[in-house]
Design a protein. Sequence first.
Length: 270
Amino acid sequence: VGDKVMVLARSGLWQEVVNVPVSQTFPMPEGMSFEEAAALLVNYITAYMVLFDFGNLRPNQSVLIHMAAGGVGTAAIQLCKTVENVTIFGTASASKHDLLKESGVAHPIDYRTMDYAEEVRKISPKGVDIVLDPLGGSDTSKAFNLLKPMGKLITYGVANLLTGQKKNLMAMAKTWWNQFSITALQLLHQNKAVCGYHLGYMDEEAELIRSVVAKLVNLYSQGKIKPKIDSVWPFDQVAEAMRQMQEKKNVGKVILVPEAPKEESKKAEN
C-alpha cells in the first residue's frame, strides 16, 4: 500500500482510478517520474522483446526501425545503443531527422519523399539484419526483401490501417489485400525468419514479462535508457493529444494525465 507502481493493462487506463491484478504491477525505480513510468512498460517491453528475444541483436549488426520517432521507435533506438556498433536506419518525416541523429540513428530516411528500401540499399547493398515492422501491408513484403541472409523480420502492428481521424475502408481493404504471406518452404530457401509479436496477448506470461521489466529497470537505473516524453495532456484535451499523433507531430510518447500539468508548457522536460 502506498508504493509507486507502473501497470500493464490492455485497456481501461484513461481514467482516474484503475484496478489491475497485482501481477500486472511493477515497482517504479528510484528517481523515475510518473510520466516516465507511463511511457516505459508497453513501449520498452515491446522494443526489448522484439530486438533481443526475437531479433537476437548482436554487435556490428544493422537494424531498420520504422516510425523511429514514435514511442516504440525511440525505445528501440535506445536499446540498440546498448549493443556495440549497431547501425540504425530509421524512417520518419524530415522535420524529425536532426533529433533522430542526436539519439543515435545513423541514417534517417524520409519515407514521405523517398523509397526507404532504395535508400537502405544505397548504403547497405545487402540489406539489414533486423527489420522492426509496425506497418503491415505491402511494407512487410518490402521488409522481408530487405533482409540479409539469416536476417529477421518482426512484425508487431498494422499502422497502415490508420490513415486519419475516420475509418478508411479502402485503405483497410488495400492493406489486407497486400498483407505479406509466405510458406515454410519459401522461408527454408531464403534463410530468413519472420516473427509476429503482440504484447496484448502475453497475459499468461507473467514471469516472462517480469524478467523483461527487471532488465529494463536495471538499464534505466544505469542511465542507459530514458523514456522520451513528447507532451503531456489532461484528460479533457484527449482529442488534441490524439491529433498530435494522427498528424505525426510527436517525437516520443504522448501522455495523458487526469489534470493539467502545473507547468505552462505541455512539453515535458526530458
